[in-house]
Design a binder for this molecule. Structure first.
Ligand code: PHE
Length: 336
């Protein structure tokens, strides 16, 4: 019986192979696999075989049946494909549909990078509202009514002592009112000033504020943190320069420059031949600010800083006009 099975298998395979049409193939199927077909005939004789041969023959017959079913299915597909005119057959080499994927906006990218560096140093990322009270934006930060930045030409006022925040420093006030030291935070966000728009000014831009308050914090900690930050952002070889400055909410205060990342300090067009680029303002938190938030324990001291994100992104990515960030030109944004 084994020989009979093998012969039937070979014959069936060759007839499957030679079938040209679906009908021919169907006839082959009926001949071998049909209810009265050759396989059924052989299988019907198995029960009368010697007991010890039954299992082997049963298994072999089933294997062959299975093989024939698969081969017929394959052949059927082949025949269907052949019926399609060559030009319409599926072309597996054809490129797929392309679809556009979005890009991270360069400002978001710079913001993320800045916040990541400070997060690694242990700072928490905190946010505050873009609409602020005059008190948080100015008064509590020791900016008196007669200060020029409070002029209606320098701040977007809304009504009832509300305004669009002109810097991220009011979040210092919000945070210190709710939390007791020690803490270290960075505050990314949008700020607004009614500046005439040009290559380096926009009525809306982004800042990252920093604030660290704890026992024994000194100007040395401020310098250490900012130098480490500058190196991670711009490269190990950069130097920082602290120039004395005045901010109502810090004392002493400084403007901080980084050695020009283009010419490394020799002087070039980007740094206007100065060799230095101003990147942020900083200083030790002024006692008047501590008083405004009722932080009376004198053992606590701290520093604050604020940086402009557009300026940093322009330097880092070689962008020469701030307006490019906000025009939503896809050709520009696609480069990031
Ligand atoms: N708020 C300041 C500005 O917008 C920057 C600053 C923040 C300076 C914190 C010192 C400390 O110019």
């Amino acid at each position: 019986m084994k020989e009979e099975l093998d012969n039937t298998k070979e014959a069936a395979l060759s007839e499957i192979k030679n079938a040209r049409t679906k009908d021919e193939l169907e006839n082959v199927r009926i001949k071998y696999l049909g209810r009265k077909g050759e396989m059924a005939g052989i299988i019907s004789r198995i029960p009368s075989m010697p007991q010890e041969e039954k299992p082997t023959m049963g298994r072999l017959a089933n294997e062959i049946k299975q093989l024939l079913i698969e081969e017929i299915a394959k052949k059927k597909n082949e025949i269907i494909q052949l019926k399609v005119p060559p030009a319409e057959r599926m072309d597996l080499t054809m490129p797929g549909y392309s679809f556009q994927i979005g890009h991270i906006h360069p400002i978001t990218r710079a913001l993320n990078e800045i916040c990541e560096i400070f997060t690694r140093m242990g700072f928490a990322v905190v946010e505050g509202p873009e609409i602020e009270t005059e008190y948080n934006n100015f008064e509590a930060l020791n900016i008196p009514l007669e200060h020029p930045s409070r002029d209606i030409f320098d701040t977007f006022y809304i009504r009832d002592n509300l305004l669009l925040r002109s810097h991220t420093s009011p979040v210092q006030i919000r945070y210190m009112k709710k939390h007791s030291p020690p803490f270290a935070i960075v505050v990314p966000g949008k700020v607004f000033r009614p500046d005439a728009v040009d290559a380096s000014h926009s009525f809306m831009f982004h800042q990252v504020e920093g604030l660290m308050i704890a026992e024994g914090i000194s100007f040395a900690h401020l310098k250490g943190v900012l130098l480490d930050f500058g190196r991670q952002l711009f490269g190990e070889e950069i130097r920082l320069r602290f120039r004395p400055h005045f901010f109502p909410f810090t004392e002493p205060s400084a403007e901080v420059d980084v050695s020009c990342i283009i010419c490394k300090g020799k002087g070039c067009r980007v740094c206007s031949q100065k060799g230095w680029l101003e990147i942020l303002g900083a200083g030790m938190v002024d006692p008047a600010v501590f008083k405004a938030v009722n932080l009376t324990d004198e053992k606590f001291t701290g520093f604050a800083f604020g940086m402009g994100v557009e300026r940093i992104a322009m330097l880092k990515y070689g962008i020469n006009d701030i307006r490019l960030f906000f025009e939503n030109d896809v050709r520009f944004l696609e480069q990031f």
